[in-house]
Design a protein around this ligand. Sequence first.
Ligand code: LLP
Length: 423
Amino acid sequence: MDHFLYRDGTLYAEDAEITEIAAQVGTPFYLYSSATLTRHFRLFDEALEGIDHLVCYAVKAASNQAILKTLGDLGAGMDVVSAGEYARARAAGVPGDRIVFSGIGKTADEMRMALTGGIRQFNVESEPEMTALNAVALELGKIAPITVRVNPDVDAKTHAKIATGKSENKFGIPISRAREVYAMAAKMKGLKVIGIDVHIGSQLTELDPFRQAYEKVADLTKTLREDGHEITRLDLGGGLGIPYTHSNDRPPLPTEYGAMIKETLGNLGCEIEIEPGRLIAGNAGVLISKVIYMKSGEDREFVILDAAMNDLIRPAMYEAHHDIIPVTEAEAGIEQQEYDIVGPVCETGDTFAKSRAMPPLVAGDLVAFRSAGAYGAVMASEYNTRPLIPEVLVMGDQYAVIRARPTLEDMINRDTLPTWLED
Ligand code: LLP
């Protein structure tokens, strides 16, 4: 459930009318609902009630500080993968002891920043990284709490570009080598082993791959304890999928996911962490765009929008489907048309949908891309020198621009001319 619903024939975000926001902010823009973000965080938090846990929002999904603060104020932890994400989480008021640091390529500078600023744990992904972290910790006179991310060799049954848990993927250490890697970690004076980490992919639409991975983690917990390691925390990653269409096949709910976690891992006495990103932010955001032109091709009608692939890359990059709905509700029973919905960028890949059935559109109409809150704004670029589009957050009937559209001067002035080109 989200909070983008029609009321009196026009689309609202909570109690704010989207056409009004569009008139103020200008299109295209991203629009998020605080109530939906809150609801989604609580679903996970409640699903894990009864066991010691922390829901660490995966900052990469949508990293605006207003979003982080909305979630942080509810008690969320954060999963970060770069110095930039760490700094954002801290700037949004999240204390270091609620931040976990993931990623296969943490640099010594990033480790230094997190160790100095405060960190809950590092999820370490290789022996060389472990060696580097140990050196940084010793240099700072600190002890870095770590889990080791294991690769359980499980097929997440999702898009190949976002599956991470097969042995051929670059993530984690093979679970078959876990014992020797933990033995190595235990000898390092700058590290304190506290648990195990696993993350098998994103947009999973079945529980079974999670279950397979978590059963392996349960076995590994016992083995490592027998080896003398203190395993007190299990980080289970993110990945639970969301419905991108309003059809019947919906991915499992957080309650079902939580129940499965309790069943597979609940009796180990470990604190559980999860790192959901998409499920919290995805359906809490829409992309609002305007039709610039309607154009007739030889055998098809093109809808040319003012949003493009640089604003929302998911369709071009993963053949991802986003529902696109008119902001002004179509009259009941009106005949649908088939459209190719495209952006203005000069390449054919800048196509959001082909032969999409929609109520008739005309130039000037506003449309909303649903499920655009996660991996939308964060993956945007300035390709074609198009400014990054604004982000707006709604709470009740209030709204605020939480990232303004840069001016063309802002963008162009970031370039500097070398002396030999100065006039
Ligand atoms: N934890 C780790 C270590 C991750 O790598 C990810 C996502 C998450 C948590 C959060 O996963 P989620 O709950 O959001 O599925 N750009 C792609 C998705 C990439 C996901 C990368 N890692 C997309 O637009 O579909």
